[in-house]
Design a protein around this ligand. Structure first.
Ligand code: PGA
Length: 247
């Protein structure tokens, strides 16, 4: 299994930000791990052009479940593919919170993404109240079962475990807490999609930065990271890519 360092630019970046992409691919011409950046939709095509011929993959941050039609403001998986994307993040907690996305909707989007030839990066994670109530495994297990298509494979699915309370806060779970969730997710994924689960990359996300990347990447069943804030700067993301390549 090739590990994956994925960056989520969220609603950040303009054409000028592509200089960071150029710097990243120059600093990491042939990383041992895979490298993915997911810019806002406005930058997918231009970032894909910048990344052409390099080790960097480009992805979207969401797609519609339908292939086309009267859905103003939405984009389809095929459109992302056409713009040069190979991956798409789905069910990020910010979309679940801001747009009331349900597990069933995320599943439909993941099916559409896979049908269009994209790799679906499905996000799950508990809130702080859910963790405090001791419900973490219950919550992420339910999200995983409800959001992941039963026919997904190691080639078209990536899972990102992102505790909501760790995103953008500088706080992370303890190493044993990450280990517990990732081992649980591997088992639940096996129950959902069978033996293909062994090859699915399970990413940790939430306040990953150069200073904590190595210890997180040493955790069993952590096969990479989904990185928000620290993916915006080539130097920070490059350091995380280097840490994952060395893990
Ligand atoms: P963060 O975001 O790295 O800024 O915490 C992670 C994410 O939301 O994917």
């Amino acid at each position: 299994m090739k590990k994956l360092a994925a960056g989520n630019w969220k609603m950040n970046g303009t054409a000028a930000s592509l200089s960071e992409v150029a710097a990243l691919v120059q600093a990491q011409p042939a990383p041992v791990c895979e490298m993915l950046l997911c810019p806002p939709a406005t930058l997918v095509a231009s970032m894909a052009a910048t990344a052409k011929g390099t080790a960097l993959h480009v992805g979207g941050q969401d797609c519609h479940a339908k292939a086309s039609g009267a859905h103003t403001g939405d984009i389809s998986a095929a459109m992302l593919r056409d713009a040069g994307a190979s991956h798409v993040i789905l069910g990020h907690s910010e979309r679940r919170a801001d747009h009331n996305e349900t597990d069933a909707q995320v599943l439909a989007k993941a099916e559409a993404a896979i049908a269009a030839g994209l790799i679906a990066v499905v996000c799950i994670g508990e809130t702080e109240a859910e963790r405090d109530a001791g419900r973490t495994l219950d919550v992420v297990g339910t999200q995983l079962h409800g959001s992941v298509p039963a026919g997904a494979t190691a080639a078209n699915l990536v899972i990102a475990y992102e505790p909501v309370w760790a995103i953008g806060t500088g706080r992370t779970p303890t190493i044993p807490e990450i280990a517990e969730v990732h081992a649980f997710l591997r088992a639940r994924l096996t129950a959902r999609i069978g033996e293909q689960a062994a090859g699915v990359r399970l990413l940790y996300g939430g306040s990953v930065k150069p200073s904590n990347a190595a210890e997180i990447f040493a955790v069993p069943h952590v096969d990479g990271a989904l990185v928000g804030g620290a993916s915006l700067k080539a130097s920070d993301f490059g350091a995380i890519v280097a840490a994952l390549s060395a893990a």
